[in-house]
Write a protein that binds this ligand. Sequence first.
Ligand SMILES: N[C@@H](CCC(=O)N[C@@H](CS)C(=O)NCC(=O)O)C(=O)O
Length: 207
Amino acid sequence: MLKLLGKSSSINVRKVLWTLDELGLAYEQQQYGSGFAAVDTPEFLALNPNGMVPVLMDGDFVLWESNTICRYLVQKQGDTTLLPADLQARAKTEQWMDWQATELNNAWRYAFMSLVRQSPAHQDQVALATGIQQWNRMMAIVDAQLQKTGAYISGSEFTLADIVIGLSVQRWMMTPIERAQLSAVAAYYELLSQRPAFLKHGRNGLP
Ligand SMILES: N[C@@H](CCC(=O)N[C@@H](CS)C(=O)NCC(=O)O)C(=O)O
């Protein structure tokens, strides 16, 4: 049985939970991360030296980095819809996944930590205003892309890129900031909400 270590409120754990459900895979989850089981113990650090969740255990095989775990699960199942077999379709899917993990994640972190997690270390008002501006600018890139595809982030089909971008959209929607009016992003949020796994692991009211 696959084992997933990580708390259900973490966006990176949610990516894996959503992917597992889309693939219909059975798994056992243990809640690790701040507020739950510690990730700075020698036992946990032996699994992931970064002291972060998620961590996937497939028997003796241990894997960290959320997007890598999602790719692993899709390929383990031999699924060619979430990660298309076509070279260019797959490259576009991975482009949006990598952009989410690097550019987009960095843009929303300060505002989310400040306003949702209420982190004392993220209460500088200038940094918060800059963070909100950066987040809205990134979401405008998502909106422009969705205007082009008229459906999902990398084209007409739902892929792994929608899992990682969709969870970022969910964060944007639930964080109390002044949001830019982005009609394609709003429509996309509703489109994703037709998927039971997104409602279960993403748009589920958990902060
Ligand atoms: N690049 C990593 C980032 C993982 C990450 O930032 N995890 C956060 C939760 S979202 C974490 O473990 N924070 C420490 C904690 O919760 O104790 C990934 O995508 O898996």
